[in-house]
Design a protein around this ligand. Structure first.
Ligand SMILES: Nc1ncnc2c1ncn2[C@@H]1O[C@H](COP(=O)(O)OP(=O)(O)OP(=O)(O)O)[C@@H](O)[C@H]1O
Length: 248
């Protein structure tokens, strides 16, 4: 387990998010400590993505606030939150398809470098970091799903985040590529990154997360170690109920 200091890097403080009549998040609080990996779990519609939107600044919460490094960032726009050190990867990756791997990463790294030579060098270093060092000139449209996830991570890392919100980094990736992605996330954490992940794959959660929070109907239902959450009777019942409903 990584070196986890005591003061939270991120505090989600009593957030409620209401869309019209729909309560997407219901009085949710989370503390994410420096160096921690926290997994958000829960069935479809539990409020996980909306929680990411609220932390990243896409939605202003109806109630509650977001503290990052002790500062209230609730009123900051997404670009200002990114500059403050909050980055995000998306479940459905959307790179610039006609740009190369290096060029895609350059888009994220651009604000931090004054010369093109420096920018290219830094972008290539991020590509190497995520295991795409031999694909620098490959167009994004030619990458596999696992490689696109790696590119997404490099693009986010190029913004020099302190906190990374990672949406299903192994979602849609073939089984044999998952261990490599898990190892990559471990490397990023070892470099000092704090991570919140949305994840359905229990193996990924077990290998990566220090703590798991299981959400249902916008609220925290159960939390604890991944094992505690996965074996909680209410969680088991809900997931089994879901499987039965969806026939999988
Ligand atoms: N912009 C919006 N307008 C109206 N309702 C919304 C909006 N965004 C989310 N919701 C609703 O809020 C609830 C929580 O959705 P959310 O996408 O956060 O769940 P989730 O846990 O991420 O689900 P999934 O695993 O399916 O992605 C759902 O009922 C959803 O329909």
């Amino acid at each position: 387990m990584a070196n986890v200091a005591s003061a939270p890097l991120l505090q989600v403080d009593a957030i409620t998010m209401i869309f019209g009549g729909i309560v997407a998040i219901d009085n949710l609080s989370l503390d994410v400590k420096q160096g921690q990996i926290l997994a958000l779990m829960g069935p479809n519609g539990a409020g996980k993505t909306t929680t990411f939107h609220v932390i990243a600044g896409v939605h202003k919460p109806t109630l509650g606030c977001i503290l990052f490094q002790g500062q209230d960032i609730t009123a900051l726009r997404p670009d200002a939150r990114c500059r403050a050190g909050v980055a995000r990867t998306f479940q459905i990756t959307q790179p610039f398809e006609q740009l190369s791997v290096a060029e895609n990463i350059m888009v994220g790294a651009r604000p931090y470098h004054s010369s093109m030579a420096e920018l290219r060098k830094a972008s290539e270093a991020y590509a190497h970091k995520v295991g795409l060092g031999d694909k620098l000139n490959t167009l994004a449209k030619g990458l596999s799903t696992g490689q696109r996830k790696r590119l997404e991570l490099a693009r986010a890392m190029a913004t020099r985040p302190k906190l990374l919100l990672m949406d299903e980094v192994t979602g849609g990736v073939d089984m044999k590529s998952i261990p490599g992605l898990i190892d990559l996330v471990k490397t990023l954490r070892a470099d000092g990154l704090t991570i919140v992940l949305i994840e359905h794959n229990m193996r990924v959660i077990n290998e990566l997360a220090d703590e798991a929070v299981f959400m249902n109907r916008g609220a925290r239902m159960v939390s604890g170690t991944p094992h505690e959450v996965a074996t909680n009777p209410a969680v088991v019942e809900l997931y089994l109920g879901e499987s039965a409903d969806h026939g999988h």
